[in-house]
Design a protein. Structure first.
Length: 233
């Protein structure tokens, strides 16, 4: 039955616009920081989905501005993810199980540098990709040109295994491209012990807010490290 539900949810997610979908076993994510801290306690699986951002849109980004087209696609992708995960959650409930859709893009906490939980962590554990040197999920097909969503659930699913052997290697293009030098070339196997050793979140947040205040942007985006990644171009 678990495999039947898994196939059903993957097909349903893709029918709504997801390009990738897979299940993560939450046993792999016991140490994941969440807000609230007990967010995962009631659930066994994280159903992870991705929608893609077109290469032409990514190509339109410049150091001076992410551009109104990218900003529009970013907001549209987040709305689409929230729609898909809402519908997935409702479908799971109709089968008699619990579910919780995590918002695609919601900054919380006093400094607004965190979300309820890392969509990247769920996606990595579901085998959709690996964590790159830009701390984004890198997928084999689309590189980092995706936005992610997650549904927590106790419906019996067949979890995927994390990818093995796919890494950024010696590539440092995202690090070199960052206009504010917020990324550091630090080696880690799966995920850094803490993001501060790889990524200056405050520097990045300051730039995102600055970009968001530009005319016709209206959302905190940058996209330079996404544009620089050669994977999935």
């Amino acid at each position: 039955m678990g495999n039947d539900y898994t196939i059903e949810l993957i097909e349903f997610a893709k029918s709504l616009g997801a390009v990738l979908a897979a299940t993560a076993d939450l046993e792999l994510l016991k140490s994941l920081t969440t807000l609230p801290f007990n967010l995962l306690d009631k659930y066994k699986y994280g159903f992870s989905i991705a929608v893609s951002l077109p290469q032409a849109v990514i190509d339109s980004i410049t150091i001076k501005t992410p551009g109104e087209i990218y900003a529009h696609y970013y907001k549209t992708a987040n709305s689409l993810l929230d729609h898909i995960t809402f519908c997935l959650s409702e479908k799971i409930v109709t089968h008699g199980y619990s579910s919780l859709a995590i918002p695609a893009s919601l900054s919380i906490g006093p400094d607004k540098l965190f979300s309820n939980a890392s969509h990247k962590a769920f996606a990595r554990s579901a085998g959709l990709g690996w964590i790159g040197k830009n701390l984004l999920l890198i997928t084999p097909k689309f590189g980092p040109r995706v936005r992610l969503g997650t549904v927590l659930t106790d419906i019996p699913l067949k979890p995927n295994k994390p990818l093995d052997g796919f890494t950024c290697g010696n590539c440092t293009k995202c690090i070199e491209a960052c206009p504010i030098q917020a990324l550091k070339d630090t080696k880690f196997e799966v995920y850094p012990v803490n993001r501060e050793e790889v990524f200056d979140a405050k520097k990045c947040h300051t730039r995102l807010e600055k970009m968001g205040k530009k005319e016709f942007i209206g959302v905190s985006v940058c996209g330079i490290c996404i544009q620089a990644c050669p994977i999935g171009e």
